[in-house]
Ligand binder design. Structure first.
Ligand SMILES: CC(C)(COP(=O)(O)OP(=O)(O)OC[C@H]1O[C@@H](n2cnc3c(N)ncnc32)[C@H](O)[C@@H]1OP(=O)(O)O)[C@@H](O)C(=O)NCCC(=O)NCCS
Length: 155
């Protein structure tokens, strides 16, 4: 794979939704992505494999007063375990640093073993639990964080 990353715009919304549908059992709806793409402090980056116009991964994060909130990172099932999420998290760090980010925070479903493994490999540590955060399934969220400048396994 020869991967290129670029920032998403509103024109990418249909392709982003299609990717989301391939990645999640409970995909975000169109309105959620439209809102993200309009927020001045949100950044959505897409990953493309050379020659394929469809994105194969994305990362969505906010930077507000030094705090980076990682909202989502997802990779097309066909492209997993090849380092793409690593690459997207490295992009988050580069861009987050460029706009003054210092700490990264995220929430992940307790049942999401792949997500938890990725974040642990990326140097995140658990800092708390939000009971029943995912209300529809009454599932807990694991809250994780890491400083931007400490060395983790990723980026
Ligand atoms: C989680 C997800 C983003 C990982 O993407 P990916 O491109 O396959 O991840 P990478 O190849 O960059 O993996 C980096 C490291 O994370 C860990 N990791 C990633 N996915 C893993 C899995 N399913 N099981 C165990 N470890 C995993 C490994 O340590 C891996 O390194 P290795 O392959 O050298 O062992 C992908 O599985 C996905 O899109 N899942 C659905 C969406 C999701 O749950 N997103 C995260 C929560 S919002």
């Amino acid at each position: 794979m020869v991967i290129q990353l670029r920032r998403a715009t509103l024109e990418d919304l249909p392709a982003l939704l299609a990717l989301e549908g391939r990645c999640f059992d409970r995909p975000w709806p169109e309105g959620a992505f439209a809102a993200e793409l309009a927020l001045p402090y949100a950044q959505v980056w897409l990953a493309f494999d050379e020659g394929d116009p469809r994105p194969i991964g994305y990362v969505d994060f906010w930077v507000v007063e030094g705090e980076i909130s990682l909202l989502n990172v997802a990779v097309d099932p066909r492209a997993r375990r090849r380092g793409l999420a690593r690459m997207l998290l490295a992009k988050l760090k580069t861009e987050g640093r460029a706009v003054g980010g210092e700490m990264i925070f995220l929430e992940v479903r307790r049942s999401n073993e792949g997500g938890l493994a990725l974040y642990r490999a990326a140097g995140f540590e658990q800092i708390g639990i939000r009971k029943g955060y995912y209300a529809a399934e009454k599932e807990d969220a694991i809250v994780m964080s890491r400083a931007l400048d400490t060395d983790g396994a990723v980026g």
